[in-house]
Write a protein that binds this ligand. Sequence first.
Ligand SMILES: N[C@@H](CCC(=O)N[C@@H](CS)C(=O)NCC(=O)O)C(=O)O
Length: 208
Amino acid sequence: MLKLYGFQQSRSFRALWALEESGLGYEYVQVRLRAAAEAADSAKNPAYLALNSQGKVPTLVDGDLVLSESVAILYYIARSAPESGLLPNASMDVYARIDELACFVLAELEQPLWNKGKHWFALPKGQRIPQMFETAKFEFAKALQALDHLLGDGEYAVGKAFTLADILLAQTFDWAMRFEFELPQKHIDLRERHYRRPACQRALAVMA
Ligand SMILES: N[C@@H](CCC(=O)N[C@@H](CS)C(=O)NCC(=O)O)C(=O)O
């Protein structure tokens, strides 16, 4: 059975949501990011570091396979459950658009969010630069402008059905709202719409 290691509201929620959409059996294991290494459930415990050398979440384990990048985990879940449509059986164009959005979320959209997080609470106190908040705000607004050129005005990110690209966008917009970034109403609406999906609601309950 698949085993997902995660921590509350973090990138691990993407994977948990995808697992619920997929219908695959899985076990969810909560690890604690800011616990001392001695704690058995700490992400810095040697047992967890053996799976994820950076002590980060998410980590997905399937037999001998250990994956530690959220987007790779989403693709693995999608390919393990083709009937879920998370990666639809579609044309090269559709695959290319999904890949493009997945790369964009990682490389452009979430970076300013994480930069704010790093300088807010994640970096050691002496390394934090509060002025980075404004830089992050500026860069996020720029990324949103670029996103407008990648997204059409349909209900879904790509094509006419829900895919892993929708999970990535909705979860990243949720993150932006929690981190107090300005978000256009259309993206707030997208997040609301997709978070109402039964699979997302179940994932939220698992994580609680
Ligand atoms: N590129 C990785 C990033 C994983 C990552 O940075 N996860 C954060 C939580 S969202 C984490 O575990 N941070 C703990 C730390 O930096 O010590 C992915 O997408 O999975």
